[in-house]
Design a protein around this ligand. Structure first.
Ligand SMILES: Cc1cc2nc3c(=O)[nH]c(=O)nc-3n(C[C@H](O)[C@H](O)[C@H](O)COP(=O)(O)OP(=O)(O)OC[C@H]3O[C@@H](n4cnc5c(N)ncnc54)[C@H](O)[C@@H]3O)c2cc1C
Length: 435
């Protein structure tokens, strides 16, 4: 084993992957997680007797990094692959939008609009040089290819739902990355677009990864909330904790969101702080609902009606076999909002009431009798807003504090937030550091 020691702050997928890779390189690694369990955004909770992810997660066929990681812990061949359907909720009605025929039947758009919508998706899926899209606002790019009518009727409501008011600052890379992810499997020669999940959910994945880390000698400290990272007397980084003794390492990586990392690391330059704090995030408030019967056969239902307070409806049980949910249906109602949105000040009960009353308006046959469980999960710093020239404004992962690095999902500059991209950032940035 190499003598150099590494401390990693944050036990989500990023921290776990970094810890695994560094331990494979032969370093002494210690992983710190503030919560009682590893997992972060992929952690699970109990909904009555059902334990599943707090936030919905799906694996794509083209998620090769995720699948490789699962292979390492013997779980890749346990993934169940399912063909799913997509719905659209528009003007108070639910439509299926899962194939070309349904697309052509789709109301409110004329044939030319439909052609331009299809063309927009085709053009985006063909673009390789995403950097030039960083200079174009997403609204301009979509109007250019789809035309005003389709933009107003389809794209604008979807942008608003997904990005809140931040859509005005977002570059065309956002829509490019979204389309690339959905078409990635087809581009890579895989015939069908299928979605996958692991029976047991991410809890099973995190548990297997934890065992792997332990078997490789990684020290895992949960319930350790880092309070500060400083440069110690020997110019080595020291992690200070809210309730535990400080620890010194040769190298330390913070995987926390940019602004939180800036607050954590004492001694950064004004320029570094400005860059880190300049990265804008969206948070998510997500209501998970267990129902005694399904609401549709769509995994995703996109929503264009602005009165609906959530971004979309994700019916997990349209993908995952209901036997894993005690024969219930599991539905997520996510809303992406700024971390400063007043909704974050509402209690769980208030959010549930607000979301569920609108959920029942969307599906009028639903009653309280059908709802077996409802819970609210929230996270303030989830997705970075891909603003104009985003990649050029990112700070270096090596900070000016000797031995201190910041590696987080803000480095996903040409993709959407997902586990595959998270692992990719971990690998790319580690390679950069080692070089
Ligand atoms: C609603 C939603 C849906 C998603 N859907 C998908 C999907 O379908 N497919 C997919 O692949 N991905 C999906 N993702 C994305 C996926 O969850 C993320 O890419 C991944 O979990 C990011 O991991 P991370 O380690 O970067 O961040 P996090 O999971 O946020 O990890 C950061 C960790 O740091 C810990 N921490 C915070 N402060 C401290 C401190 N002071 N000291 C120590 N530890 C601290 C936190 O507790 C947390 O565990 C989804 C995410 C959300 C929110």
């Amino acid at each position: 084993m190499k003598s150099e020691s590494w401390g990693i702050v944050g036990g989500g997928i990023m921290g776990i992957t970094l810890a695994l890779r560094l331990s494979e390189m032969g370093y002494k690694v210690t992983l710190f997680e503030a919560a009682p369990e590893l997992g972060g955004l992929v952690s699970s909770w109990k909904m009555n007797d059902v334990e599943w992810d707090k936030f919905y997660h799906v694996i794509l066929l083209s998620d090769f990094k995720t699948r490789d990681l699962l292979k390492q812990v013997g779980l890749e061949d346990k993934i169940e692959w399912v063909e799913t359907k997509t719905g659209f909720y528009m003007n108070g009605k639910l439509y299926s939008m899962s194939d070309t025929v349904e697309f052509l039947k789709f109301p409110t758009l004329n044939l030319i609009d439909k052609f331009r919508l299809g063309l927009t998706i085709l053009v985006a899926s063909r673009i390789k040089n995403w950097k030039r899209l960083e200079k174009i606002p997403v609204t301009d790019w979509l109007q250019r290819w789809s035309g005003k009518n389709t933009f107003q009727k389809v794209w604008l409501p979807l942008l608003r739902a997904k990005l809140g008011d931040s859509y005005t600052k977002t570059s065309a890379v956002f829509i490019w990355a979204t389309i690339q992810r959905l078409y990635g499997a087809r581009r890579s020669g895989l015939k069908k677009e299928m979605f996958g999940y692991l029976p047991g959910g991410y809890k099973r994945i995190v548990s297997a990864l934890k065992d792997k880390l332990i078997s490789r000698g990684v020290q895992i400290h949960t319930g350790y909330a880092a309070r500060e990272i400083t440069s110690g007397p020997a110019s080595k980084p020291v992690i200070h904790f809210a309730a535990n003794e400080p620890m010194e390492f040769d190298k330390v990586i913070s995987t926390l969101p940019a602004g939180l990392s800036a607050k954590l690391c004492t001694g950064l330059t004004v320029k570094e702080i400005k860059k880190l704090e300049g990265i804008e995030y969206l948070g998510v408030i997500c209501v998970a609902v267990l129902l005694n019967k399904p609401i549709s056969n769509f995994y995703i239902t996109n929503i264009t009606d602005s009165w609906v307070p959530f971004t979309g409806v994700i019916e997990m049980s349209a993908l995952v076999d209901k036997k894993y949910f005690g024969n219930n249906a599991l539905v997520y109602l996510p809303k992406y909002v700024s971390p400063y949105d007043p909704l974050f000040n509402y209690s769980d009960e208030e959010i549930k009431k607000f979301f569920l009353s609108n959920f029942k308006k969307m599906y009028p046959w639903l009653t309280d009798e059908n709802i077996k469980f409802a819970g609210v999960a929230r996270a303030k710093h989830v997705i970075t807003v891909l603003t104009e020239s985003y990649s050029r404004n990112l700070p270096d992962v090596a900070t000016t504090i000797p031995g201190v690095y910041i590696i987080n999902t803000a480095y996903i500059q040409d993709g959407t937030l997902n586990v595959n991209e998270t692992i990719k950032v971990a690998d790319d940035k580690l390679a950069q550091i080692m070089a």
